[in-house]
Design a protein around this ligand. Structure first.
Ligand SMILES: Cc1ncc(COP(=O)(O)O)c(C=O)c1O
Length: 330
């Protein structure tokens, strides 16, 4: 079976497992795990942020990032199919008392004109105030679309002028970086707080980080523990992340090339595939998924008429070619 359901399905390589086995560890709730500290320092520096905090999941990294910017009863605005609004099961409302409004863009992009209309300043005790704007780059449900850095800079300017903060869900920011050559620090510069994942394209089994100022991260550390996310000798997992940064970053370009190959096989314009996710419109989505599985390719249905294919570390060029031939035949 060639599994194209998600880039979260990768299994640690032998070399990654060896790095994990060798990791120096300590109790991270005491702040004494040297491998976690090294990872946090390295990732904060990559994005030009003051500090970072290791998290078990991208969802928790987002929840703690957004709550650092938005008080209970205030709102964050985001694109309508953003992970924070569609796939975190209401966590921002349930745990942080935050409301959301959304704009829609078929490719998950920033819509400055719409944002100017939607943004709600503090009007006293009458209306919900917009405290943050959230963007997702790359955008998962919009097919791994990259948000151009120029648009993100314009958004930063708009937010600052409006007195709002910017949150970036950078679960797959690595893919945007490799696809565009935009330095990670330039993405970091547009966001007050970010979440990044090691467990997607980079191929680590677990691990995400929230990045921000030293104050934001100190407060996030309290909330992580409060929510049950204080982990102990977790350097074993941080070592996987460090290994992934050393060995699995540049190779994301292969995943992007494989995604374009698959797009072509499915009749999707490869020019519209920015990174490692291909969205295929199919009126027979459920049937297509079933027939693909019979042909040895697992793909997922992400809407009644939408099939999604995701390339990753465990899909070789040969696998991608085989899958492309099987899907083209369908
Ligand atoms: C864009 C985006 N953000 C956040 C997450 C959450 O990550 P996790 O599954 O580790 O909670 C995902 C998961 O796929 C994602 O695609």
């Amino acid at each position: 079976m060639i599994d194209l359901r998600s880039d979260t399905l990768t299994r640690p390589t032998e070399a990654m497992r060896r790095a994990m086995a060798r990791a120096e560890v300590g109790d991270d709730v005491y702040g004494e795990d040297p491998t976690v500290l090294a990872l946090e320092e390295r990732v904060a520096e990559l994005f030009g942020h003051e500090a970072a905090l290791f998290m078990p999941t991208g969802s928790m990294a987002n929840v703690l990032a957004v709550r650092a910017l938005v008080q209970p009863g205030q709102e964050v605005i985001c694109e309508a199919s953003a992970h924070i609004t569609r796939a975190e099961l209401g966590a921002h409302a349930a745990y942080s008392g935050i409301t959301m409004r959304t704009w829609f863009h078929p490719r998950g992009q920033v819509d400055l004109a719409m944002l100017r209309q939607m943004h709600a300043p503090d009007l006293g005790p009458f209306f919900v105030r917009t405290a943050a704007i959230s963007v997702e780059c790359t955008h998962n449900f919009a097919g791994g679309a990259v948000l151009p850095i120029e648009d993100l800079r314009d958004l930063r300017e708009l937010a600052t002028a409006a007195g709002s903060s910017v949150h970036m869900d950078g679960a797959r920011i690595w893919n945007a970086h490799v696809a565009t050559g935009t330095p990670l620090a330039e993405y970091g510069a547009v966001a007050d707080v970010m979440a990044v994942c090691l467990s997607k394209g980079l191929g680590a089994p677990v691990g995400s980080l929230t990045l921000g100022s030293a104050d934001v991260i100190a407060e996030a550390r309290v909330w992580r523990k409060r929510m049950g996310g204080g982990m102990r000798q977790v350097g074993i997992l941080a070592a996987a992340g460090l290994h992934a940064l050393d060995h699995h970053l540049e190779r994301l370009a292969d995943d992007h090339a494989h995604a374009r190959l698959l797009a072509e096989a499915c009749g999707v314009d490869p020019e519209g595939v920015d990174t490692n996710i291909v969205v295929v419109p199919r009126t027979d989505a459920a049937d297509f998924v079933a027939r693909a599985a019979e042909a040895g390719v697992r793909v997922s249905m992400v809407g009644p008429t939408t099939v999604r294919l995701v390339t990753h570390l465990d899909v070789s060029r040969e696998d991608a070619e085989k899958a492309a031939a099987a899907l083209a035949a369908l």
